[in-house]
Each structure stands twice: as C-alpha cells, then as structure tokens.
Design a protein around this ligand. Structure first.
Ligand code: A2P
Length: 317
C-alpha cells in the first residue's frame, strides 16, 4: 500500500506524506502512544514524527513493528522522523544509532537538528541554566548529520526551528543541503518569509503544532478558537481543526498534528477530498500574527549564543 492522501517531493527525491502524526509526549503512557499510532495507521497516516526529547520513540517503534508484522503496512510505506537532542550535538551518529535501537528500525526517513542550541543538560520548556549552554558549532554538527546519511542510518537530514538566516549560513558549507525545516506554523504564525526562502532553495517546510497546540503548556486555544476559522469551518461543514490542517497542506507544507484520541486522529486525516476557496486563503492570510513558542527558555545575556529571542530567530519573530 502506498502513501494515502497527498505527499511532497523532498530534494532527495523521496516523498514526504503531507500529514503526519506528531508524538510529542503529552502522555508518557506507552500504551496510549501505541494505541494512537495504531489508530493512525489504520486511518491511513503514513508519516510519524518523534524526537529523542519526546521519549515516544520506543512506543512508536513498537506500534510500527507490530504493523509490519501483521502486514498492515511495510517499512517502505511509512515515513519516520526523529530529531537530535540539544545535548547531543557532539555525537549525532551515536544519537541516531540509539534512536534506531529504540525504534527497532534499520533507518529513519528524516533526522533533524531539533534546535540551533547546544546544551549540557535540559529540562523541556524550563529556562536553561546559564551554566548549561555550550558553544554552538552548527558546522561540525551538520557534518556529523551528513555522516548519518552517508552511513545509511537516515534517508534525509534537515533542521528544525531554524530561521532563513541560519539556513543560509548552513548552505554555505553543507555538502548535503537540508531537506526539511520543521517549524511552528499555523494560521496565526504563517512563516511567509521563511517559506519563501525555503521554496527558493528546495527545502520542504513541515509544520509543528499546526493547530496551535490547544490545551498544552506551550500552546494556546487561540488558533483553534479564532472566529474566522470557525466561520470558514461552518461554511464548509468541516471542523475547525480540519480547516486549519487543510490550510496548511494547501500552503504546500506537511502538517504534524498531535492527538491521542482516535476520533480526533480520524478527523484530522479527513482533509484530502475538499478544498478551501481563494477567498478563505485571502482572509486567513490577513490574520494577526503571533508566535506561540518564542523560545525564551533558550536566551540569556551571558552564556546563550542568543541574547534575545530576536537573535534566536534572526528577527523572524
Ligand atoms: P488530544 O490529544 O486530546 O486530541 P498541535 O498538534 O497543534 O500541537 O495540537 C495538539 C493538541 O491539539 C493536543 O492537545 C490535542 O489533544 C489537540 N487536538 C488534536 N486534534 C484536535 C482536533 N481535531 N480538535 C481539537 N483538538 C485537537
């Protein structure tokens, strides 16, 4: 069985399915993650996004391997992404090998540098202590990412939470250009400048928290509760989440909604047999912009490479 729904071509020639299940672990309950991944596979999802930070790799791998064994899908049918932790820039090869062991896979489809930040220790979402920042050398990290690809441990490499300027710097020395930049993107943070830059350089954009992460500590309900989204949803007889996700794929990005609820996992996949109108796009394009996860935990005036959030995003905030 091939990719269900749409897909985009990466600069490696591989195809990335336009909808993927995000697995940032709101829950740490393995059984819940396995149930969500299994439900998603049954509905038709063929793209799964994890990260070493999320601690969902093991459960994701278990669910995928059961699906391979039962014949529901084969390895070639699914696209699996994981990401290097901020504490692992010194040895991406060891990190990806550990991920592959966690997931019982021979390769991933995409391996990303999670953040342009190098740390000694990290508690997710908590302010990083001054003494935990380490000098960042993206060039050497990227060279090791390239090695991961050359070793066949991943089919593609990329970045996450990189501004256009950081990608531009990377392209100056990259032997293998990044295939993907995975960033926060939704109708209230549309990333137009970054997407134009990435389009010009054949870099695919993936959207994390495409719904604005309702009911999470880092997100907000304001995207899904936006009155314009509700109005468009009512007009099409769709849900607000479906409008937001459809908007994302019509912008040419892949969207990675997270859900541990079978009904919502199913709902989020039903976005391929209808479309938004040019008018809908026009109205959404005028929404006020506000980034939800600004990265304040990664800046300080002493040890971080970034003194302010403006520096972290090179002004794209
Ligand atoms: P749940 O797991 O209870 O479905 P994002 O992908 O933007 O980060 O958002 C993730 C959050 O959105 C999760 O809290 C998830 O909760 C919720 N969510 C996912 N799909 C939907 C949907 N279709 N409608 C409303 N909330 C959703």
């Amino acid at each position: 069985m091939g990719i269900v729904g749409g897909s985009a071509e990466l600069n490696t020639g591989a195809r990335i399915p336009l909808i993927g299940l995000g697995t940032a672990a709101i829950t740490q309950n393995e059984e819940e993650i396995i149930a969500a991944v299994t439900a998603a596979l049954q509905v038709g999802y063929r793209h799964f996004d994890t990260a070493r930070l999320y601690r969902s790799e093991h459960a994701l791998g278990k669910a995928l391997n059961s699906a391979f064994q039962s014949g529901l899908v084969s390895r070639e049918d699914v696209f699996v992404t994981t990401k290097l932790k901020n504490t692992e820039h010194d040895d991406p090869v060891a990190a990806i090998k550990d991920s592959l062991m966690n997931m019982q896979l021979e390769y991933v489809d995409l391996f990303l540098i999670h953040w342009p930040i190098k740390l000694r220790a990290e508690i997710p979402l908590a302010p990083v202590k001054e003494e935990d920042f380490l000098p960042l050398d993206i060039k050497s990290t990227w060279q090791a990412m390239e090695q991961c690809m050359e070793m066949g441990l991943t089919k593609a490499i990329g970045v996450s939470n990189f501004s256009s300027k950081k990608i531009e710097d990377l392209l100056n020395y990259a032997k293998i250009p990044p295939a993907v930049d995975q960033v926060e993107m939704h109708p209230q943070w549309q990333q137009k400048k970054l997407r134009d830059y990435c389009n010009k350089h054949s870099i695919h954009v993936s959207a994390w928290s495409p719904l604005g992460a309702p009911n999470t500590p880092w997100g907000s309900n304001e995207v899904i509760d936006n009155p314009l989204i509700l109005e468009i949803a009512q007009k099409h007889g769709k849900t607000r989440a479906q409008v937001i996700l459809r908007w994302g794929i019509e912008q040419g990005v892949s969207v990675l909604p997270k859900s541990y609820n079978t009904g919502r996992i199913t709902e989020n996949f039903q976005i391929f047999d209808w479309s938004l109108t040019p008018d809908d796009h026009d109205m959404i394009s005028k929404l006020e912009q506000r980034k939800l996860l600004r990265g304040d935990n990664f800046v300080n005036s002493t040890t971080s490479p970034y003194k302010t959030v403006e520096e972290l995003w090179d002004g794209e905030i």
